[in-house]
Design a protein around this ligand. Sequence first.
Ligand code: FMN
Length: 190
Amino acid sequence: MSKPILQVIVASVRPTRIGGAVADWFIPIAESHGGFAVDRVDLREIALPLIDEPHHPMKQMYEHEHTKRWSATITRGDAYVFVTPEYDFSPPASLLNAIQCLAKEWMYKPLGLVSYGGVSAGLRSASTLRIIATANSMMPLPGGVSIPFAGKLVDAENAHFTPGEVQDKAATSLLGELVRWERAMRVLRS
Ligand SMILES: Cc1cc2nc3c(=O)[nH]c(=O)nc-3n(C[C@H](O)[C@H](O)[C@H](O)COP(=O)(O)O)c2cc1C
C-alpha cells in the first residue's frame, strides 16, 4: 500500500519570509520519519486571490480554475502540517483565506501545527488555528512544534533555519501522533 500523503503547507507569503526555511527544516525530518509521503505546498506559489467564489465551499460548486486547482491539491492530502507565523496574535490572512476557500476537502484529516514568532512562539496563532480547524472537521493535534524568536535561528538570507534539539524532538513526536490519527481518521473518510 502506498504511504498516506502529508502536506506541509507554508503559510507565509511575504517576500522576505522565514516560513519557507522553517518548512525546509521540518520536511526532511518528516521524510526520514517514514510514515508519510511528504508534499510541500507553498501558499506563495499557489497565489490564491481572496475568496471569490459565489457559492459556499461546502457545495463544491467552484467556478474559478484557481479554486478547482486548490481543491484538487488539498483533496490529495491525508494529513496536514501548517507551518505558520503569528501576525497580530493571529494566523496570517494568507492561511485563513486558503482554509476558507474550501471546506469538505479538509474534513476528517489530522492537522499538526508548526508555529513560530517572537516570545510567543506563534502559540496564539496556533490556538486560533485549532478552533478554525475544528470548524472544518479537521483534528488539530494538541501537541505541536512552537519556535520562539525564530528570526534569530535563520541565516542572513532567511534560507536556512536551525532550531534546537527541543524542536527536533517535538517535530518527531508530532509526526508520530499524525501517523496514529491519520490511521484512525481514515475510517471516517471511507
Ligand atoms: C504583520 C506582522 C505582524 C506580526 N505580529 C506578530 C505577533 O503578533 N506575534 C509575534 O510573535 N510576532 C509577530 N510578528 C513577527 C513575526 O513573527 C516574524 O516577523 C516572523 O518572521 C514572520 O514570519 P514570516 O517571516 O515567515 O512571514 C509579526 C510580523 C508581521 C510582519
